[in-house]
Design a protein around this ligand. Structure first.
Ligand code: NI
Length: 184
C-alpha cells in the first residue's frame, strides 16, 4: 500500500528554479548532513526543490543534486503531478528480499536510461517539514524513486550500479558531449 504524505505546494511563494549538478560533477558524491532545523529556511529549500523538479519534469530530486548537502528529498510519482511528497532525513527501515529491474533515469545524468535491480518494496521512515516522523510503504515507481533519491544523499548516482565497462563508456560519452557543447 502506498501512503503518500502530501503538502500543499500553493502555500509556497516566490519559488526559484535551482541549477542541477550534472554527473560526473564531484559534488554529487558529497554525503548529505541530517536536517536539524525545521524552519523557514528549510521550507524555502523544499519549495525551490519542487519548483526545480517540476520544471525539469522529474519524479524525484535530492538536495545533493542542487548542491545543498542536507538530507532532503522531494518526490512526485503521480501521473497528474499533484502528489508532492517531502522526505526529510529519510531512512529505509525494511525492504523486500525480492528485487525488481527498473529502467532508471536521473536529472543529473540527462538522456541516460539504464536498468538497475533494487528491492521491489521498501518501508521508509522520514520527517516532514515540521519535523514530525512518519512511515511510508512504497512499491512500483515510488519504491525505485525513494531508493534512487536516498542514494543521492549518500553521494551515489544510479550509473554507479553499472559495470565498470559500461560506466567508463558512459563517462567517455559524456566527456565527448561536453567537448562538443563547448566547441559549438
Ligand atoms: Ni537522480
Amino acid at each position: 500500500m502506498i501512503n503518500i504524505v502530501s503538502i500543499d505546494k500553493k502555500r509556497y511563494t516566490s519559488m526559484a528554479i535551482l541549477p542541477i549538478l550534472k554527473f560526473p560533477d564531484p559534488r554529487l558524491h558529497t554525503i548529505a548532513q541530517p536536517v536539524t532545523q525545521f524552519d523557514e529556511h528549510l521550507q524555502r529549500i523544499v519549495a525551490d526543490m519542487f519548483e526545480t523538479m517540476y520544471a525539469a519534469r522529474g519524479v524525484g530530486l535530492a538536495a545533493t543534486q542542487v548542491d545543498i548537502h542536507q538530507r532532503i528529498v522531494v518526490i512526485d510519482t503521480s501521473e497528474e503531478r499533484n502528489a508532492p511528497t517531502v522526505l526529510i532525513n529519510p531512512e529505509i527501515i525494511a525492504q523486500s528480499a525480492e528485487k525488481k529491474d527498473w529502467e532508471e533515469g536521473c536529472l543529473s545524468v540527462p538522456e541516460v536510461y539504464e536498468v538497475v535491480a533494487r528491492p521491489e518494496r521498501v518501508r521508509v521512515r522520514a520527517q516532514d517539514t515540521s519535523g514530525t516522523f512518519f512511515e511510508m510503504d512504497c512499491d512500483e515507481l515510488l519504491a525505485v524513486c525513494v531508493q534512487h533519491e536516498i542514494d543521492h544523499l549518500n553521494g551515489k548516482v544510479f550509473v554507479q550500479y553499472l559495470s565498470n565497462l559500461k560506466l567508463n563508456r558512459l563517462k567517455n560519452k559524456i566527456k565527448k558531449q561536453q567537448r562538443e557543447s563547448v566547441s559549438s
